[in-house]
Every structure is written in structure tokens, then in C-alpha cells.
Design a protein around this ligand. Structure first.
Ligand SMILES: Nc1ncnc2c1ncn2[C@@H]1O[C@H](COP(=O)(O)OP(=O)(O)OP(=O)(O)O)[C@@H](O)[C@H]1O
Ligand SMILES: [Mg+2]
Length: 270
């Protein structure tokens, strides 16, 4: 097959391959897209935690975005970890020139093991400058709490937080429910016209490293090739659910999901 859409991923590298830019590339590829990247930071990490983060200079991030997009125009952009205010401003500046409307922002703040990935000033810039520029933002519960300055304990709180984000000027919001200890997973999708609760099976596993990165990349890929945002969220959630369910069980900590769960390899390569 030939790729159905071209996605530019702006995110940090995860040396263990389960989250970050590695998860993004795998997801985009597994769903039939062409992945391009702008690396915002290089982390040394494994399934047990983050050892170090080396940030990329803002001007280098800008160069990766502009030089790449000038040659191959992305149909959608997925934004992941942006660790500082300066980086956020450089991404905003560069994206203005790329002129892609389909921007999916995963407002990454904390890694699964609890490691803080961005500083407080960056959170403020993210909230005040970046979230409005995205077509969709996909905060998890702790991120939605920080962005809306509320506490989220149940589904109503998730919907309430999504409404606050709508009032802040965000066009579409998907509040992810992965951090709640419920029987089913519930992700809340909201825009001015629709409220949709995506309900899926909760899989009992510690191996959920990179679920958020993978979900936003899946949505970007599906949305870029013409599906509605609502449908892209629904199918993206299905893809992540299936990939968690296919439990690889790699590593001693929070292991990766199986990004290949959507792929069948052609007979001649077997
Ligand atoms: N145990 C699970 N079983 C099924 N679905 C899950 C499970 N954990 C998370 N999900 C789903 O994975 C998606 C990502 O949600 P989650 O809240 O884990 O994101 P996140 O915290 O940003 O992840 P990350 O650790 O990659 O940053 C959501 O659709 C959520 O419902
Ligand atoms: Mg996340």
C-alpha cells in the first residue's frame, strides 16, 4: 500500500521505544500514514522511568519543522512534549508558516512513572498561547486538572473540565480517562455542537506506556486522511485498546503497547 496521509510529529524521543516520537512513528505507520518528525528533546528512559532529558534548542526545532514541511507538506501535525516556553513559542511561530489546520495537541506534562516533563512557565504558555491554536487537544486527567485548575474524580468532572477548556477557546477536546480506576474506560469528546463519551473495555495490565502519545498520533493519522474528528477519536481509541490488549509484556516497569496490532505482513516477507 501507499501512505494515505502525511503527518508531522513534533515531540520528544523515548529511547525505550514505547512512548514519544517512537510511539508516534509506529502508530502513524501502523495506521497507513507517512511520518515526519521534529525532535524536541532526547530522553534516556526505559520502562521503569526517565533517567535524563536533553532539550533541543528552539531554533533547531523550528528548522526541523520548516525545512521538512517546505518539501513534503504535512496533512496534519501532532504535537507532543514541549518542555519550555521558548520551545512552545518557536513551534507556534513555525506552524504559522506551515499553515496546517489539522493540529492535534497532546499537552504532555508528566511521564507515566511520575517524572515531570515540562516546567511551570511552559504550562502557563501552553494554557495561554498554544491550546487555542490546536484543532483538538487530548489531555489526560492530571493534565486537564492543571489546565482547568479543577479536581477530576468522576465523569461529570471530566465533562466540566472539558467545558472550561471550551470556554478558554479550545475547538475540540478529548479528556482521556486512563487515570481513573473505573470498570470501563471513558474518554470525553466535546466541542460546541457535540458531547460524546467513548466507552471501552478496561484491560488489566501495567503495560500502558505510551497510550496517550499513540492515541493522539492515531487520531492525527485518521483525521488527516479525511475521516471526521469524532470518527478519528473513536477509531484511535479502538486501535490503542487493541494494542494494549495484545500485551507484549516487555521490560520490568510500565511496558509498551503492541503498535503492530493493526498490521498483517505480506506473505512474501514471511
Ligand atoms: N488499562 C487500560 N485499558 C484500556 N484502555 C486504556 C487503559 N489505560 C488507558 N487506556 C486508554 O488509553 C488512552 C490514553 O489514555 P491515558 O489516560 O492513559 O493517556 P496518557 O496518560 O496521556 O498516557 P501516557 O502515559 O502515554 O502519557 C485512552 O483512550 C484511555 O481510555
Ligand atoms: Mg500522556
Amino acid at each position: 500500500m501507499k501512505p494515505k496521509s502525511k503527518i508531522l510529529i513534533i515531540a520528544g524521543s523515548d529511547s525505550s521505544g514505547g512512548a514519544g516520537i517512537q510511539a508516534d512513528i509506529k502508530t502513524v505507520t501502523a495506521l497507513g500514514g507517512y511520518a515526519m518528525t521534529a525532535v524536541t528533546a532526547i530522553t534516556a528512559q526505559n520502562t521503569t522511568g526517565v533517567l535524563s532529558v536533553v532539550p533541543t534548542k528552539p531554533e533547531n526545532i523550528e528548522k526541523q519543522i520548516l525545512f521538512t514541511s517546505r518539501d513534503i507538506k504535512p496533512d496534519a501535525v501532532k504535537i507532543g512534549m514541549l518542555h519550555s516556553s521558548d520551545v512552545i513559542f518557536s513551534v507556534i511561530k513555525a506552524l504559522k508558516k506551515v499553515k496546517t489546520k489539522k493540529i492535534i495537541l497532546d499537552p504532555v506534562m508528566v511521564a507515566k512513572g511520575g517524572f515531570k516533563l515540562i516546567n511551570d512557565r511552559a504550562i502557563k504558555t501552553l494554557r495561554e498561547k498554544l491550546i487555542k491554536k490546536a484543532h483538538l487537544i487530548t489531555p489526560n486527567i492530571p493534565e486537564a486538572e492543571v489546565l482547568t485548575k479543577t479536581k477530576i474524580k468522576n465523569l461529570e468532572d471530566m465533562i466540566y473540565a472539558a467545558n472550561i477548556l471550551l470556554e478558554l477557546g479550545v475547538k475540540n477536546i478529548l479528556v482521556k480517562g486512563g487515570h481513573r480506576s473505573t470498570k470501563y474506560m471513558q474518554d470525553v469528546f466535546l466541542n460546541k455542537k457535540e458531547l460524546k463519551i467513548f466507552k471501552s473495555k478496561k484491560i488489566k495490565t501495567k503495560n500502558t506506556h505510551g497510550t496517550g502519545c499513540s492515541l493522539s498520533s492515531a487520531i492525527a493519522t485518521l483525521f488527516a486522511c479525511g475521516k471526521t474528528l469524532n470518527k478519528s477519536c473513536e477509531l484511535g481509541i479502538k486501535y490503542v485498546n487493541q494494542s494494549i490488549g495484545s500485551n507484549l509484556n516487555y521490560g520490568r516497569g510500565h511496558g509498551p503497547i503492541n503498535h503492530l496490532s493493526s498490521i498483517k505482513i505480506d506473505r512474501k516477507f514471511k
